[in-house]
Design a protein around this ligand. Sequence first.
Ligand code: MN
Length: 148
Amino acid sequence: MTPSGWDSDTRYRDAGHDEMQIRVYRDWVGGIAEKYEITREERKYVAYSVQAEIPLVIEKNKLLGFADIGVRFQAEDGRGWWQFYELKPRIGSIGGVMRQCEATDFLLRRIGCKNYEVIALVYADDPKAILLEELFPRTVLLKRKDAS
Ligand SMILES: [Mn+2]
């Protein structure tokens, strides 16, 4: 794909994707400022950096995709942990969201990435949110902010 192709690729994104992305990005900027902590495999990690549209996989000089949001965590010993978020302002198909997350997971595993998780982020009041959470435990529900 040429560089402009990566933009054309976004034209069918759901309405509200940009708004959701900037909100989650800002939330994580805050999380980093507050040194938000997670524990994975009995190790504590602190939120360290966040990037929107983080290039996901570069293999043999090939760019394979982007994650909506990538958050890097760091342990005291310098070890890193990644969270890659797939944002869906509106769930079209539960299976579709799962396949996208699993495809990302597959690519990461294929290049030998170990310390990461791929998370689906949807609005808590999405009619299909609860079903997605049931089928795909790595789902995070985001409370919708009232329009103001
Ligand atoms: Mn998305």
